[in-house]
Write a protein that binds this ligand. Structure first.
Ligand SMILES: [Zn+2]
Length: 197
């Protein structure tokens, strides 16, 4: 009986060590691959955004909710403010609310981390665009893609992509209305992957 245990034991230990070694090795390799798959030189890769969009499309549906009703203030603010174009440095007048929205959206785009985003705001400039498009021209550069993905974004689009990048499964819009982020997939695919539908 005792000889049997001695005979079996070394083999068992050996097998255990082998298994441990193998699982450790594959674990390390997997996590390295994971990190490299998402970031390269500190920037997110095209492949990782593609995977993020794919996992969004597989999340359970979220029921939309309408925003709370609220009345517009009686007195509209007639004040205007000059928006300065980054391209030509010329000014375009906007009412204060629109001006604030443009500046806020630009700040959001400039604040995006881990993604190389080049912003052209001449779509808000009367000198550059005689008929302002009221859209940002955005170029996203990926470390694993030769050419940038170029798209045009409205102020609302900017808020949607920001919430998506923050990992939200729901888009919170005006007056706190909620929309399933999955409904934004065509926009997100156009902006991040250059998919035109
Ligand atoms: Zn301009």
């Amino acid at each position: 009986m005792s000889t049997l245990i001695i005979k079996i034991l070394p083999k068992g230990i050996l097998l255990c060590l082998l298994c441990l070694g193998l699982s450790c090795k594959s674990g390390v390799e997997r996590s390295n691959l994971h990190a490299e798959g998402i970031y390269k030189d500190g920037f997110r890769t095209y492949t990782s955004i593609e995977a993020k969009l794919d996992s969004l499309s597989k999340t359970p549906k979220v029921e939309p909710t309408r925003g709370a009703m609220c009345y517009e203030p009686m007195m509209r603010n007639n004040e205007s403010k000059d928006f300065i174009c980054s391209k030509c440095k010329k000014a375009t007048k906007y009412d204060i609310e629109t001006y604030e929205e443009i500046v806020q959206a630009k700040r959001i785009l400039e604040g995006i981390k881990n993604l190389k985003v080049v912003i052209d705001d001449s779509g808000f400039c009367k000198s550059c665009s005689p008929k302002p498009s009221l859209r940002f021209k955005v170029s996203i550069y990926y470390p694993d893609k030769k050419d940038p993905i170029v798209s045009e974004l409205s102020i609302q689009d900017v808020n949607i992509i920001k919430q998506f990048l923050d990992g939200s499964k729901v888009y919170t819009g005006e007056r706190d209305s909620k929309t399933d982020m999955k409904d934004m997939l065509p926009l997100l695919k156009r902006v991040f992957l250059g998919v035109k539908e």
